[in-house]
Write a protein that binds this ligand. Sequence first.
Ligand SMILES: Cc1cc2nc3c(=O)[nH]c(=O)nc-3n(C[C@H](O)[C@H](O)[C@H](O)COP(=O)(O)O)c2cc1C
Length: 202
Amino acid sequence: MFYVPAEGDHGLPHDPFKAIVAPRPIGWISTLDGEGRPNLAPYSFFNAIASNPHIIMFSSTGRKHSLSNIEATGEFVCNLATWEFRDQMNQTSATLAEGDNEFDFAGLSPLPSRLVKPPRVAGAAAAMECRLLKTDPIAGLDGIPSGSIVVYGEVVGIHIDERFIRDGLFDMAAARTIARCGYMDYAVVDGLFRMKRPSGRG
Ligand SMILES: Cc1cc2nc3c(=O)[nH]c(=O)nc-3n(C[C@H](O)[C@H](O)[C@H](O)COP(=O)(O)O)c2cc1C
C-alpha cells in the first residue's frame, strides 16, 4: 500500500505512522511550575539527538504543563520508564488541573535532584537532569504551525540505580525499559543482540 499522510488516504482504521516509527523511547518528564509545584508526564516524541554534549528532545503536541513549566524554570528531569512503573507512567499522562501533582496522583515519591530543582522519580532505574537549550515551534511544509513545540535540553547530570550496572554496562534488559508503539501498544526490552560495526566512529 501507499498513502499520502496529508490526504489521510490509508484506508485503515487508524493512521499507522506511530506504529511504523516505533518503538519510541519514553521521556518521563518531571518539572516544577513557577510556584515550585511538581509535575510529571510521559512523552514518546522523545529521543537523544547528540552525545557531545548530551542533548535530548521531546515534542509537546500543543502547549502542555511540562512545556510551560520548562519555559518558566529552564529545567527538567527525564526519568526512564520501565516495566515496573508502566501503570504509574500511564497514570501520569492524565490531564490534571494546573498545579495538581501527578506524583501524588500516581502514588509516586519525588526524590531531590542534584543539579536542577525539579525532583526525579524515586525508584527509577535512571534519570537525567536537564537544562533547557531552546523551544522550537514546528511548522509543516505549508508553513502552517503544526501546534507541536520541540523542547531541546542538555543533560547535565545522570542518575543510575546501581542494581542495573552489570559488568560496567547499563543493563537495560534487567531494567526492562518500556517503549511506546502505535495504537495502545508498548514494547518492553527483555532481550538484546549484539553486532560489531565494520568500522567507523560512534
Ligand atoms: C506513553 C505516552 C507517550 C506520550 N507522548 C506524548 C508526546 O510525545 N507528546 C505529547 O504532547 N503528549 C504525549 N503524551 C500525552 C501526555 O503525557 C499528556 O497529554 C499529559 O497530560 C501531558 O502532561 P502535562 O500537561 O503535565 O505536560 C503521551 C502519553 C503517553 C501515555
